[in-house]
Structure formats: structure tokens, C-alpha cells
Design a protein around this ligand. Structure first.
Ligand code: NAD
Length: 391
């Protein structure tokens, strides 16, 4: 009898869904005590006082010297309902935050020290790199504590901070160690943007151009009409760009059917295969958005050389990015970047899938890239950049 039971092949099937939902709130002066957004968010699901650990990007602290005091005063003012746990933790801003694994441990140490549980909060204030790293630490502490992102760059407000991906760079590869985890909420405070240097102001616009090119021709046209305002740091124009770009990214995540990227396709990563490799080859001296602009120029040119995109559309794309001040070429844009194709494939698994353009506002996917033509596209970007820079 015992033998017969062991012989049988049996299967149990498991299938369930988990719903994720979060809000992206747009505001100004988040730590002004008159602004109740954060206090309400922290106390909305609380039986007792809500505990929060706050982690801040060092670049933000430097640019906003009164921020720490303002955060402390805010928590003190609403002390009946919310409690700041310990000192505010400052971590280095920029890619350093993702290249140093020990920072994850330092955040976990604070979660442990202050008893941050799944009903408490880890709040990250900073650029995309700091948010990626803190989001990862929050996701693995107790298998996930509530995480509120307060993005402080254009790119993190319109793209990286409003998505579901967290991670750090390991083995010399971008985002090798990470996870998919939804934030509890995101608060975009445009007051932070005024202190960005010109490179970071501009870099985030690349992600808006990217999403416009693959999904929304009207948005691309709008960016064209607003190019001078955006180049001259008009805050209202930037607020609108961020709102529309964030909306398109969020629509994609909720309706693509693959929010956690289990397939081989990553449509929002138009221009990113070369960008990720370039960031690495430039030892991260290129900002992510700057590398994306070069990647967009490369894949748009490749689309044109392959006969999918007409010349006038390519000229519009290149000229928009030049007017905004992007370089469309970098000395590291060479044969070595082509290795990025395999690394891009490996990161997702399965078949290589690259987004190209067959019109402004419309992307489509291919599964192989002609390496000679990629080199030709690189050469075109080099010549185009040189001509424009001379003008
Ligand atoms: P960043 O985080 O590298 O920040 C750039 C610099 O700006 C840093 O020195 C930082 O200290 C400083 N800074 C931040 N806010 C500031 C402010 N308000 N005033 C003055 N200085 C400020 O740059 P980023 O473009 O925000 O983020 C890039 C990162 O985002 C990359 O690591 C990229 O891989 C990641 N990313 C993640 C996703 C995702 O889905 N998770 C998507 C796109 C990009």
C-alpha cells in the first residue's frame, strides 16, 4: 500500500493575485507645517502613532541646508500622530548610493534599531539612485516595510520614483541586485527642482522624450513647442512635463499586463540597452538621463537606417534633443557598447527584445540587431553632434 502511494505522480496548482495600489501626490513645500499631505498619509492606516525612518540624499541636504530642521520641526508639530525615529540618515547621492552595498546594511541596521515594522515607514528623500537603494532596503527588511518616496530630481519624479523597481549595482552591472516592490506612496514636491544643476534638470527630460516617442505623438509635439521654456528652466513647463510623463509611465505599468517584467520585453526601456552600458563604461560620469538621450539618438538613427522611420522624424528627434542641450555622442560610444545588447538580454532573460520606432509616438519590438548598422548609427550620431556643435 505504501509503495503504491509513492508511485503516483501528483500536482497541486497555485494561482492568486495580489493587488497593488499607490498614489503619486503632487505638491509644493512638503515640510511646511501648513502642508498636511505627509502627516495624513502617515496616519491614514494607523492605530497608534506612526513611526518613520527618514533617509536623505547627501546632495539634497547640501542644496537644502534647512531641510533636516524642517523635517524635525514637521514631525514635532504633528507629534501626536507621527514620530520620527532617531536621527535622519544621510547617504551619498548619485550612483555611489547604488554602487556601495554596505549602505543597504546601514539602512537595515536602522530599521532594526528603531523597530520599524510592516506598519511603519521608511521615507526616502532624494534622486533616483538613492530611491532605488532605499527602496531595495525597505523591500527586504521584514520582507517589505512601507516605503514612501519623495523624489527630488526630474528623472525620479517623472520615471524612476513612480515605478515598481528597486535595486543596486553589483558585479559591475546596473541593477543586478534588486526586486520589484510597489511603494506605499510617492510625493512629488516641485520645490526641490529649483536647486538641481543644469545637467540634472535636463537629464530627466530624456525619459519624457522616450515615453513620448514610443507612446504619445501629441506629447512629443508638446515638448517641441515648450523646448525654449524647458531649456530656460521654466518651472511650470517642467511641472506639466513631469505630470504627463509620470501619467504615461503609470498607465503602462498598470495596463501592460507585465508590471513585474516576467516576459522578455521591456517597452519603456527604449534607448536603454546602450544607455546602461554607456553609464558603466563612462564610470558613471554620464547621468542616467544623459546616457538615455544618447541611446535614444542611436536607436532612432538605427530605426531610420533600417527603413522604419522617415528622415524628417529622425531630424525632429535629434534637433529637439540638441536644442535641450543634450550631447548625442560620447567617446565611449563604440563597439564595446554593443556588448550591452547581451547584458540587456540577460537582465530580462529569454529572447533579446529591443524597442525601435516606426513613427513618432509609435514603437515596435525586434529580436535582433544588425551590429554593422548599429556601428553606422553610432557614426551618424558622432557626425551629427559635431556638425550641430559647430553651428
Ligand atoms: P541621481 O539620483 O544620480 O542624482 C543626481 C545628483 O543630483 C546626485 O548628486 C544627487 O545627490 C543630486 N540631487 C538630487 N536631488 C537634488 C536636488 N533637488 N538638488 C540638488 N541636487 C540634487 O539622478 P537621477 O537622474 O534622479 O536618477 C538616476 C538613477 O535612477 C540611476 O541609478 C538609474 O538607474 C535609476 N533609474 C531607476 C529606474 C527605476 O525604475 N527604478 C528608472 C530609471 C532610472
Amino acid at each position: 500500500m505504501k509503495k503504491e502511494i509513492m508511485k503516483k505522480e501528483r500536482t497541486l496548482e497555485q494561482k492568486f493575485q495580489v493587488n497593488f495600489q499607490f498614489k503619486v501626490l503632487f505638491t509644493h513645500n512638503i515640510f511646511d507645517v501648513e502642508n498636511t499631505i505627509l502627516q495624513k498619509l502617515l496616519s491614514e492606516n494607523a492605530l497608534n502613532k506612526s513611526k518613520a525612518l527618514v533617509v536623505v540624499d547627501s546632495g539634497v541636504k547640501q542644496a537644502h541646508p534647512t531641510l533636516f530642521q524642517a523635517v524635525q520641526d514637521y514631525f514635532k508639530h504633528y507629534g501626536k500622530s507621527i514620530a520620527l525615529q532617531g536621527e535622519i540618515l544621510e547617504i551619498p547621492g548619485g550612483e555611489v548610493a547604488k554602487n556601495d552595498e554596505t549602505l543597504i546594511k546601514s539602512i537595515l541596521n536602522k530599521v532594526n534599531q528603531f523597530g520599524i515594522d510592516r506598519h511603519s515607514y521608511v521615507i526616502a528623500i532624494g534622486g533616483g539612485a538613492v530611491l532605488d537603494a532605499v527602496g531595495f532596503a525597505a523591500a527586504i527588511a521584514h520582507r517589505g516595510v512601507r516605503h514612501i518616496r519623495i523624489p527630488t530630481t526630474v528623472l525620479s519624479q517623472n520615471d524612476s520614483g513612480i515605478g515598481v523597481k528597486n535595486g543596486i549595482n553589483t558585479y559591475g552591472k546596473k541593477n543586478f541586485t534588486g526586486c520589484f516592490a510597489s511603494p506605499y506612496a510617492v510625493i512629488n514636491d516641485s520645490t526641490f527642482l529649483s536647486t538641481l544643476d543644469d545637467r540634472d534638470w535636463r537629464a530627466g527630460i530624456a525619459e519624457a522624450i522616450k515615453v513620448a516617442l514610443i507612446k504619445d505623438a501629441d506629447f512629443f509635439e508638446w515638448i517641441e513647442t515648450m523646448v525654449d521654456a524647458l531649456a530656460n528652466r521654466d518651472v511650470e513647463a517642467m511641472d506639466e512635463l513631469i505630470y504627463r510623463c509620470a501619467d504615461l509611465h503609470m498607465q503602462h505599468i498598470r495596463s501592460s499586463g507585465d508590471a513585474f517584467e516576467q516576459g522578455s520585453s521591456r517597452p519603456l526601456d527604449f534607448g536603454h540597452w546602450a544607455a546602461h552600458k554607456l553609464e558603466q563604461l563612462s564610470s558613471f560620469s554620464l547621468r542616467h538621463g544623459e546616457a538615455v538621450a544618447i541611446g535614444i539618438a542611436l536607436d532612432s538613427t538605427y530605426s531610420q537606417l533600417k527603413g522604419h522611420l522617415d528622415q524628417s522624424s529622425l531630424s525632429r528627434i535629434m534637433s529637439l534633443m540638441i536644442k535641450l542641450g543634450f550631447d548625442l555622442y560620447h567617446p565611449q560610444l563604440s563597439e564595446q557598447v554593443i556588448q550591452g545588447l547581451e547584458e540587456f538580454r540577460e537582465h530580462l532573460g529569454g529572447q533579446l527584445t529591443i524597442m525601435l520606432l516606426d513613427g513618432i509616438g509609435h514603437g515596435f519590438e525586434v529580436h535582433e540587431m544588425d551590429k554593422e548598422m548599429v556601428l553606422e548609427a553610432m557614426n551618424y550620431a558622432k557626425q551629427y553632434s559635431a556638425q550641430k556643435l559647430e553651428v
